[in-house]
Design a protein around this ligand. Structure first.
Ligand code: CA
Length: 429
């Protein structure tokens, strides 16, 4: 039996369009409403399998102890690849139709299976570091065209390295967390001093993030052909962005307050093992990267369908405003991780590394409102007739992602965040 065996079925009812097939088995941290205790689970169909129960029953047999009766996945991830493989194979077997251990044990099912609708999801890992890259050529070109020079939209370093910045791990939040509209310095008039105001150009950025599964020692870069083995899995990321704050603050040191109020992630970490059947190549890299970034394996990207929906307060239904694909990313995750560590920077288990906004080549595949509404010159009309150039108070942004091939579907679920009004600062009091 293998993870790509299309004949593999579960005794649990799973809809054919479910993100959480028996081929997926993503890890998350949940609590249920009657007991606030956080522990690890795996999503299967519309349910969660409580791994702390399965582990306590002695069914997992992982090296080095127990890992799932814990409020984060860091210890499990840190325990290494042998355990990742053992856990995945064992859980897949326990959930399969032809294994009677869980299938025929009603008491165990009652203890170990919860409806996803009845549980609360939490951040799956304690995040020591958050980094965000800028690796979609289409996105970088669009932004450069709008704000600099259409004829030289990409800065010279862009095709030579995966450009990125170190963000704030402390503001990585899980789906369902409301986002308060940030306030800060805006400079609406070039000839006047800045003003303090609520952000007027609040935006989403459609991204994925990978979760580091194996760190390095300070001073010891990760070689590009080894880098992929350091990645545990991926989540969806909405890198909430305050465009007007960003525009005034970002020269010369890059993003600061505009990016550090909310980096919102989906709750289930989809493992690289689950994504393996959907490998594909990055776009051709020209010029050929410097040797330290030159990967031998050109099957270094993934075919992952991604979408963004906008749901205004009181609207009857959401409107899809973007459909794109992870495979458009110019730089691979391995190249990003190698470049991150090339000076000797230490990365740690649980670090999250954002892809950068994932835009395709057509307007319906742009991964931010800045691009979709082209700097507010082409507002989007939503179902029901409302228009948007940026995100309004009460709006909910929903991002989804899945891979599908030969009848196997592996999805991420969603990351969903609602915008609340800005704090009413009263400085005269
Ligand atoms: Ca970003």
């Amino acid at each position: 039996m293998s993870t790509t065996d299309t004949a593999l079925t579960s005794f649990i009812d799973i809809a054919s369009d479910s993100d959480f097939s028996i081929h997926n088995l993503p890890y998350g941290i949940f609590s249920d409403t009657t007991d606030g205790k956080r522990r690890a689970g795996v999503a299967i169909g519309e349910q969660v399998l409580d791994l702390s129960v399965i582990e306590a029953e002695g069914l997992l047999n992982l090296e080095g102890g127990s890992y799932f009766d814990q409020p984060t996945l860091n210890a499990f991830i840190d325990s290494g690849r042998n355990n990742w493989t053992q856990a995945r194979n064992t859980i897949q077997s326990l959930l399969s139709s032809d294994n009677d251990t869980l299938r025929d044990n009603a008491d165990l099912q009652k203890k170990a299976l919860f409806k996803q609708a009845d549980v609360t999801m939490h951040l799956p890992v304690q995040v020591p570091g958050f980094t965000d890259f800028y690796s979609s050529k289409e996105h970088a070109t669009n932004v450069g065209t709008m704000f600099r020079d259409p004829n030289n939209a990409l800065l010279p370093n862009w095709t030579e390295m995966p450009v990125g910045y170190n963000g704030r791990a402390s503001t990585v939040i899980v789906t369902g967390t409301d986002v308060v509209r940030p306030s800060g310095q805006l400079k609406p008039n070039a000839d006047e001093r800045p003003v303090f105001s609520a952000c007027k150009r609040l935006d989403f950025e459609l991204e994925t993030a990978f979760v580091v599964g194996k760190g390095n020692n300070i001073g010891q870069p990760i070689a590009v052909d080894d880098a992929f083995a350091h990645i545990f899995g991926m989540v969806l990321l909405n890198d909430w962005s305050a465009r007007d704050i960003q525009k005034w603050e970002y020269v010369p040191l890059g993003p600061f307050n505009a990016k550090t109020f909310a980096s919102e992630v989906s709750p289930w970490i989809v493992t690289m093992d689950a994504l393996a059947p959907f490998k594909t190549s990055c776009p051709t890299q020209e010029p050929k990267p410097l040797a330290y970034l030159n990967e031998k394996d050109t099957d270094n990207s993934f075919d992952i369908n991604l979408s963004v929906e906008l749901l205004p307060e009181n609207a009857e239904s959401a409107t899809v405003v973007c459909e794109t694909n992870f495979k458009y990313m110019y730089w691979s995750m391995a190249q990003q991780l190698t470049h991150h560590t090339i000076t000797g920077c230490k990365v740690e288990v649980g670090d999250m590394m954002g892809s950068g906004t994932i835009s395709g080549s057509t307007p319906d595949s742009y991964g931010s409102m800045l691009e979709i509404a082209w700097n507010a010159t082409k507002p989007v009309t939503l179902k029901g007739g409302e228009t948007r150039s940026f995100i309004e108070d009460g709006d909910t942004v929903i991002m989804k992602g899945y891979s599908e091939k030969n009848g196997i579907r592996v999805g991420f679920g969603e990351v969903r965040g609602k915008v609340l009004p800005a704090i009413n600062f009263d400085f005269d009091k």
